[in-house]
Write a protein that binds this ligand. Structure first.
Ligand SMILES: NC(=O)c1ccc[n+]([C@@H]2O[C@H](COP(=O)([O-])OP(=O)(O)OC[C@H]3O[C@@H](n4cnc5c(N)ncnc54)[C@H](OP(=O)(O)O)[C@@H]3O)[C@@H](O)[C@H]2O)c1
Length: 335
């Protein structure tokens, strides 16, 4: 089959288009999916570069978010038919791996998955839309709703709002009725985020965005003088960490699920105790997050933000666009 193959860690050149990669073999509890759409994530860059503590057996096919149709079923699989439209939940807790990272993923014509990873795609939800969900929107749903408990009374600051997780966080915050301030690296991204519903937009490139928050809502202070936002969404880390603490009002919460710009930033503990801040971690998603999101799409309550769809051959270019911050929302590969 045709596939984008990682033979060893490295830069953009490490991903190679292979026309003769061996087809996957179906085990008795497996399904083979003809891949229709796979969305790219920042995670693919971490996998391509190599992450401390994660050993990847080469060659590896990246691509965590896979949607397609079932073309083969193992002898012990029940409840599914050939031709069913399915989304893959990339977590494989039985085998302990992650599809697209330690198990071959969706940047290929075919993908083998365990039957417990199959999620039905409802009528009215396209393959492209379904494939945009698990890593970005599933994570955003858990972070904003389950962990962050966002409500209409929240004022939320979202960093990295133009990316996959970021656009998901913005759409979910607006669905909850919150007031949303977004941070992005360019005027063009800020304008697009406002079109998506952001109430305010500002740059964070100078790491002074807490001052923008003070201009909007006043400076956080002691009881009775409470400016700032209630919630900051920060999966950027690095130099953005301390200004994020400074932007929060007394009792505010900072939710995080990642660290695109650095996982060991300087911090300032004084803000945490003085303003009784809560730091909340959130990791991945549960199956219910995916089914809930597909229900929202089906009911036309939510439309995932898709920037581009590209053919399989151009997957490495798609990953480059993400790395160089030239993307708004998701990039989808159609093998
Ligand atoms: N724990 C989990 O389960 C989980 C799941 C999904 C994602 N994550 C993490 O969440 C983060 C975002 O993932 P994603 O797939 O949404 O990424 P993405 O689509 O590339 O979006 C990231 C956004 O962050 C901004 N950014 C800030 N600093 C950046 C930098 N140094 N390099 C590149 N972009 C930067 C960019 O917007 P501007 O150009 O406007 O700044 C970009 O749009 C990643 O760190 C990822 O590993 C974690």
């Amino acid at each position: 089959m045709k596939a984008i193959v990682l033979n060893g860690h490295g830069g953009a050149d490490a991903l190679v288009y292979d026309e003769n990669f061996p087809d996957p073999k179906c085990g008795e509890n497996d399904a083979i999916i003809r891949v229709k759409a796979t969305s790219l994530n920042y995670h693919d860059i971490f996998t391509r570069n190599g992450m401390p503590g994660i050993k990847i057996q080469m060659p590896m096919i990246c691509g965590l978010d896979v949607a397609g149709e079932i073309v083969e079923l193992g002898s012990k699989v029940s409840g599914w038919d050939l031709g069913d439209r399915v989304l893959i939940d990339p977590r494989n807790r039985v085998a302990g791996g992650l599809v697209g990272e330690t198990i071959h993923g969706g940047l290929a014509e075919y993908c083998r998955v365990a039957d417990h990873q199959l999620v039905k795609i409802p009528e009215g939800v396209s393959y492209d839309q379904a494939s945009s969900l698990p890593v970005a929107y599933g994570t955003a749903h858990r972070m904003m709703v389950t962990i962050g408990k966002i409500t209409e009374s929240d004022k939320v600051l979202i960093l990295g709002a133009s990316g996959g997780v970021g656009t998901g966080a913005l759409l979910l915050a607006k669905m909850a009725g919150a007031e949303v301030v977004v941070c992005a690296s360019s005027e063009e991204k800020m304008d697009k985020l406002k079109e998506l519903g952001a109430d305010h937009a500002m740059t964070y490139m100078d790491n002074q965005f807490h001052k923008g928050v003070y201009e909007l809502y006043g400076k956080p202070g002691r009881r009775g003088f409470e400016g700032g936002v209630n919630m900051v969404v920060n999966f950027t880390g690095g130099e953005t960490w301390v200004p994020s603490l400074r932007a929060l009002k007394r009792g505010g919460r900072l939710v995080t699920c990642g660290a695109t710009a650095g996982f060991d930033p300087k911090t300032d503990i004084r803000f945490i105790w003085t303003f009784e801040l809560q730091l909340l971690g959130s990791n991945s998603w549960e199956r219910e997050d995916l089914t809930q999101l597909m229900d929202y799409i089906q009911a036309r309550k939510m439309e995932p933000v898709i920037d581009k769809t590209l053919p399989l051959k151009e997957a490495a270019e798609g990953i480059r666009l993400i790395e160089d911050r030239e993307v708004f929302g998701k990039v989808i590969i159609n093998p």
